[in-house]
Design a protein around this ligand. Structure first.
Ligand code: AMP
Ligand code: ZN
Length: 114
């Protein structure tokens, strides 16, 4: 169910317009508004879960990662590689409390992150 004050729920139902790069019944990928790499996409489940720790059904992870995989192919970053990041809560630097995967690519990404 959509959470009324959640920006990603609003994006999921089209209330806030975005440039969707890949979409399915259950998941959506759209361009990050503050891109950190030539390719920077946010991948969300349409269903609201605050964080990775709030998912009860592991099938959601299966679907989400399969969707990330499809999105990487669609964006053409699969061969050269990319990074998938899920920030969780305060220390993870999560700023939007709707579970999402960052898909970053199009350049070499340093490790470790800051
Ligand atoms: P996090 O810090 O992991 O919670 O990531 C939230 C991400 O959402 C940040 O990279 C933001 O730039 C991005 N973001 C916030 N609002 C929007 C929006 N309206 N459309 C696209 N990306 C957004
Ligand atoms: Zn939400």
């Amino acid at each position: 169910m959509a959470v009324s004050n959640c920006i990603f729920c609003k994006i999921a139902v089209g209330e806030i317009p975005t440039e969707a790069v890949h979409a399915s019944e259950d998941f959506l990928a759209f361009r990050d508004i503050v891109p950190q790499a030539p390719v920077h996409v946010v991948v969300i489940p349409r269903i609201h879960r605050d964080t990775i720790m709030d998912v009860e059904d592991p099938q959601l992870f299966a679907g989400l990662l399969a969707f990330v995989q499809e999105t990487a192919v669609k964006l053409g970053v699969d061969a050269e590689g990319f990074r998938s990041v899920i920030n969780c809560r305060a220390n993870g630097g999560q700023t939007i409390s709707h579970l999402h995967v960052h898909l970053l690519g199009g350049r070499f990404l340093n490790w470790p992150p800051g």
